[in-house]
Design a protein around this ligand. Sequence first.
Ligand code: HEC
Ligand code: HEC
Ligand code: HEC
Ligand code: HEC
Ligand code: HEC
Length: 203
Amino acid sequence: MKETFEQNKLIAGIDCQRCHGPAAEHVDYHTKHPTEKEAHAIQKVRGLSRQQQLDMCALCHSGLKPMLQPAFRFKPGDALADFLMPTAPFPAKSMDVHGNQYQLLSASKCFSGSQQMTCGSCHNTHTNERDNMQVFSQRCMSCHAAGSPDFCTLKNVPAATLQQNCIDCHMPAMPSSAITLLTNGQQSPTPDSIRTHLIAIYK
Ligand code: HEC
Ligand code: HEC
Ligand code: HEC
Ligand code: HEC
Ligand code: HEC
């Protein structure tokens, strides 16, 4: 399967239409009806099922797999299984943190236990929240509220300290086996480190 696209129509980068679908008709309608506040001719993300919302992110965040159709043809609402060969659940040992957030997350107890978690449970794709561990920790506490039986069971650390940063303990940055860096004077390459999406207890 070869990826094809019309070069003169390609917008570089991850633009709005990659996640919101074709929008020419939408733009056309609202240009002609500037006072209309109800969205026309556009797929609303919140109107999609949990699996559809996961699939629209997993198109690019579930690792390299054999393609069944060109990825550029994918629209939000489509089933990922029609585009990428589904992979069998992989054994924990062979997991690489690189680029496969979807499979790692779906192997987590948070994901299977909650029946509702999507990428949007923690990520607001329209805002740059990089490195803001307090914001991400708040997202954890929407299910693991402080003072509730679902909160962290680690003893001898004050709850106020735990609340600052759930992430470094339960989603530690780990070495990628796909991306390495060889700098001047180094004998062997250093792997890049990436956040694992396998939420678990790491000792
Ligand atoms: C990486 C994927 C991604 C990209 C790129 C993206 N969005 Fe979104 N957008 C989302 C998600 C996910 C939501 C739903 C958030 C939520 O649940 O509140 C959303 C919500 C919205 C909404 C609210 C209506 C709705 O569908 O829920 C608007 C309007 C919107 N986006 C416009 C834009 C525009 C304009 C751009 C380009 C400048 C853009 N988006 C780029 C993922 C994306
Ligand atoms: C068309 C491909 C594509 C789609 C669809 C897509 N992404 Fe991405 N995403 C990327 C690329 C490429 C990067 C940049 C990777 C990098 O910088 O290492 C990225 C980066 C990210 C980052 C890291 C941003 C940062 O700077 O910390 C997050 C979080 C993310 N994507 C979440 C999502 C979510 C959630 C969705 C679904 C709503 C989504 N992406 C859909 C391609 C995509
Ligand atoms: C949508 C709700 C939800 C969110 C958000 C959430 N979790 Fe969970 N989490 C759960 C559920 C449900 C379980 C499973 C409880 C069980 O089976 O007893 C769980 C289990 C866990 C476990 C136990 C894992 C194991 O292997 O034993 C840890 C640790 C955890 N969560 C930490 C976190 C952290 C850290 C975050 C934020 C990065 C987070 N959770 C976000 C719902 C959630
Ligand atoms: C339970 C919370 C949670 C969920 C759900 C979640 N993420 Fe993340 N993600 C994080 C945290 C925390 C980081 C680290 C952010 C940072 O370092 O600034 C992160 C980082 C990332 C990055 C950047 C990786 C890196 O190390 O540079 C990407 C890409 C990403 N997430 C994609 C996704 C996708 C796709 C989904 C859905 C399949 C998803 N995430 C679901 C919490 C979550
Ligand atoms: C300093 C590291 C650290 C921090 C910070 C931390 N945890 Fe934990 N967490 C642990 C360890 C270690 C355990 C296992 C404790 C035990 O069972 O003795 C644990 C246990 C848990 C459990 C229970 C898992 C189970 O089912 O047994 C949950 C849920 C959890 N943490 C969520 C969180 C959340 C949410 C935050 C942020 C508010 C957080 N943790 C902050 C290290 C940490």
